[in-house]
Ligand binder design. Sequence first.
Ligand code: SAM
Ligand code: SF4
Length: 333
Amino acid sequence: MSDAPALIDAFGRHITYVRISVTDRCDLRCRYCMAEEMTFLPRNQVMSLEEIAAISDAFIDRGVRRIRLTGGEPLVRRGVPELARMIGVRLGDGLDELTLTTNGTRLADHAKALRDAGVRRINVSLDSLDPDRFRHITRVGDLAKVLGGIAAASAAGIAIKINMVALKGLNEDEIEPMLRWCAAEGHDLTLIETMPLGSIDEDRVDRFLPLDGVKAHLSERHELVPLIERTGGPARYFRVGALGVKLGLITPLSENFCASCNRVRLTVSGELFLCLGSERKVDLRAAWREGGRAGIDAALDRALATKPLAHDFHISRRGAAPAVGRHMSVTGG
Ligand code: SAM
Ligand code: SF4
């Protein structure tokens, strides 16, 4: 542990959570996330795993207690379980939790190594339980592989939360079946509203499904008991009556919780974004290469002063450019 000062922004918010995108690449092409043809970063702009581990260490010394590895698809990058092991040595030594968000396609191969690295909970994205529909939404995905990955992670002793993006006309009729499947399998479920991040081939307005309507619909058939637990993010949690599932609703558009935001995001090229919905950033890789730990500390102090009070998303303008140019896969979901 170090006695370096905690990360507190201009609005008094304490930064304790970092999401790190370990690659912008992915083996799927989910329609709401990516275009079919994507240009990814050249490899010389990608931080090494050692650089990511060093920057993670600096964050932990400044009071960060939770780190989530994400992407793109984190498990398409070679060595990510090894990176988890490098960061995981700080569990119990400043770090409370190391987690991962994955599409699950390669989870069967890596579940045990992740568990050995200290990962106890992961989020797996799963927007449909129907193989054809799953393939349609992801353009190329094989549902059986993902279900196999989820089973392997459960067997390794990793708790699973399913992330499902609610898509009007695409999977809204599967929300109830997904809830029941999660109840049967012992997983939590979080529903996410589509966010206007990065250009895709379709218009997101057509697919936007406000979750307040979904919640009203679900509460006609289930008792939804609000949980007081908050993570500092835009999710609200409920316990679903007899099913016992913990249900999260992420509603960055219809409701925002920016006032309690405790997180920042690091891209694989080392840019630190203070808000998913803002273009403001600081180059931590350059700071590390030029000034080592002192360089990172100075850059973090500069960055904190610029964290905005709230994001500026809107999805109402049909055909308009996305609110933020970068894809979620770049900033890390
Ligand atoms: N590839 C991994 C996965 O799919 O879980 C990790 C990265 S992905 C960008 C993280 C999460 O962001 C996923 O749950 C995905 O469904 C969600 N996501 C991607 N683009 C989104 C968008 N435009 N709006 C809302 N959620 C999005
Ligand atoms: Fe890949 Fe995840 Fe984006 Fe789907 S949501 S295209 S799995 S990064």
